[in-house]
Ligand binder design. Structure first.
Ligand code: G6P
Length: 610
């Protein structure tokens, strides 16, 4: 999704802006651009369709000195990906603007502005914002007041960075609904969509809140809140290292992140397990009392995080004996729903900035839930700040668009939640203590599961030429099959679907032939025999079966059946363990096909628009 970088410094900023854009590439984008105010007082702009590397190449040929500038990676919403739609947008050579979000009333503003003589050069919703700011500047307002006047006219979501050719001393920023941070340097200040973009220049940040307007000079930062009052926002020091966002020896970030999972899960569990129970206080000081009152759970999320929620439903119902419903945020926010009594609202999100999930949370806060809990990977995100209870996953920055370590750490966090809820209800002390013991073995178990990597890489050859794949699982493994199908389609562009194996004969069996590989997630659990019967139905119709199975179960050798074994693990953590071969399969198929694994086409890491 769109990324913003801006800088006001004592030194030339073009390289800082470019490096920031490179570090935002993981968010997903289709074009890039930057504008710098030159020493001669001219706005110099470069834009291009495609990658930041292409922008850097065109910059190499021209000199862009200037100590004030803004830059952007665009993920098209209004208007095709093209150079003319790329940001920054400039109005009458006076002011330049970058924007992340969607201006919902852009059509009416555009009509008014066209009537007033503005000529539009792009198809974007954004361009109305730069014209509105220009008009306010021409009326004699300074840049800060011009942006303040402009945002009052806007409906929708925005993070903005604005510069004015006639004012080399100010960079103005504003946010509502889209993320924006301020980086604090020595006699220099920056803005960006997230922390990693600015790590090469600072580790000190201010996290703007919704409705904030900020005025940056080289030596000062002033912030006004939504009601126009000047406010002090805390400066936080980030412990994230520049290296955390480097690829190291791995071919892709996704591969690196898959192999980081044992550590990420260990960190997510750290300090949250007592000798024989989960520490409810890890969710917040009020958590224990609130969990004791909880009679049902509603989980809301999108994409991969939604799949984590589907697994959690099984855990919460079986360990805590509490009803749990799971729904995608984009549906939940637009339907009338009934809130059960004493219900806990749980939102799951790796970024904490997903527009639909945030909107669902806002709705939930008005709907009479007992409390709201965020499971999230970004401490400073809107979702975490706006929820009453929080449990942070500690996956570290995830750069690959296809989520891997963020997903398994979400699962680990949700297992903690199910056990903490169970502690208050039907979970026996023995079962709870056993579960805690199993959880402690989880990082090592994931490490062992990763040893399947080479075997999966060999197997991937069988999928490269295929156009469709079916994933099957039963119980909570159906959600893992869904996640496996999502991973494969996201990065290899092979159409993939997941079914609960028992549904096979109600439709998808009609698709089975030798060109439709069928992947089965088959741990040794109570449903294994049922699953095996379903797989026989596939085999009887000439289907090619790829079974990920538990070491403890014997599978007969048969033509068309490929069995890959994972080290035996406890049922409780099987969803995490069996996620590993799903991720590796998608990764190796995509790597063999030569797709853009870390930035698959059309997708974004952080979906900050609806
Ligand atoms: C995008 C990402 C997915 C993610 C989904 C939900 O589609 O590419 O990896 O699962 O958004 O994002 P969230 O940040 O809320 O988990």
């Amino acid at each position: 999704m769109c990324g913003i970088v801006g800088a006001i410094a004592q030194r030339p900023v073009a390289d800082i802006l470019l490096e920031g854009l490179r570090r935002l590439e993981y968010r997903g984008y289709d074009s890039a651009g930057l504008a710098v105010l030159s020493e001669q007082g001219e706005l110099k702009r470069l834009r291009c369709l495609g990658k930041v590397a292409a922008l850097a190449n065109s910059l190499a040929g021209s000199s862009l000195p200037g100590t004030l500038g803004i830059a952007h990676t665009r993920w098209a919403t209004h208007g095709e990906p093209s150079e003319r739609n790329a940001h920054p947008h400039i109005c009458r050579e006076r002011c330049a603007l970058v924007h992340n979000g969607i201006i919902e009333n852009h059509e009416s503003l555009r009509a008014q502005q066209q009537a007033a003589g503005h000529r539009f050069t792009s198809q974007t919703d954004t361009e109305v914002v730069v014209h509105a700011i220009h008009d306010a500047l021409e009326r004699g307002l300074d840049l800060t007041d011009a942006v303040r006047a402009c945002v009052k006219q806007l409906h929708g979501a925005y993070a903005l960075g604005v510069i004015d050719r006639q004012d080399p001393e100010h960079l103005v920023a504003a946010r509502l609904g889209s993320p924006l941070v301020i980086g604090i340097g020595f006699q220099e200040h920056f803005i960006a969509s997230d922390v990693p973009a600015l790590l090469p220049v600072t580790n000190r940040f201010i996290f703007l809140e919704d409705g904030d307007l900020a005025e940056l000079t080289r030596s000062s930062v002033r912030i006004w809140n939504a009601s126009g009052q000047e406010v002090e926002r805390p400066v936080r020091t980030s412990s994230m290292s520049v290296d955390a966002t480097e690829r190291g020896p791995y071919r892709h970030f996704m591969q690196k992140e898959i192999f980081e999972q044992p550590r990420a899960i260990a960190e997510t569990l750290e300090g949250r397990l007592g000798a024989d129970h989960v520490l409810a206080a890890a969710f917040g000081t009020q958590a224990e009392a609130l969990f004791a009152q909880t009679r049902s759970v509603t989980i809301i999320a999108c994409g991969t995080s939604f799949h984590a929620g589907l697994v959690a439903k099984h855990w919460i119902e079986s360990l805590a004996g509490i009803h749990c419903q799971v729904e995608v945020a984009s549906e939940y926010r637009y339907r009338q729903h009934v809130v059960p009594e004493q219900s806990l609202f749980v939102s799951i999100s790796q970024s904490g900035e997903t527009a639909d999930t945030l909107a669902a949370l806002q709705m939930a806060k008005q709907s009479g839930y007992l409390a709201t809990l965020a499971i999230c990977n970004v401490a400073e995100s809107s979702l975490v700040r706006e929820s009453e209870l929080q449990l942070l996953t500690r996956a570290g920055p995830e750069i690959g668009v296809a989520s891997t370590k963020a997903f398994t750490t979400q699962l680990a966090a949700l297992l903690l939640l199910a056990l903490a809820l169970g502690h208050q209800r039907r979970l026996s002390p023995e079962r709870e203590a056993h579960a805690v013991e199993i959880l402690r073995t989880l990082p090592a178990q994931i490490e062992r599961a990763l040893s399947i990597d080479e075997a999966v890489a060999d197997l991937a050859q069988h999928f490269v030429e295929k156009h469709h794949t079916l994933f099957l699982g039963r119980g909570e493994q159906h959600a893992i099959a869904m996640e496996g199908a999502l991973k494969l389609k996201e990065i290899s562009y092979i159409h993939a679907e997941a079914y609960p194996a028992g549904e096979l004969k109600h439709g998808p069996l009609a698709l089975i032939d030798e060109d439709m590989p069928v992947v089965a997630v088959a741990p040794n659990n109570a449903l294994l025999e049922k699953l095996k019967s379903n797989l026989e139905e596939v085999r009887a119709r000439g289907g090619q079966l790829y079974v990920f199975a538990d070491d403890s179960v014997a599978w007969q050798q048969a033509e068309g059946v490929h069995v890959l074994r994972l080290p035996e693990s406890d049922d409780l953590i099987d969803p995490l363990v069996f996620s590993i071969p799903m991720q590796l399969l998608a990764y190796h198929v995509a790597a063999l096909k030569g797709t853009d694994v870390d930035q698959p086409r059309n997708l974004a890491k952080s979906v900050t628009v609806e």
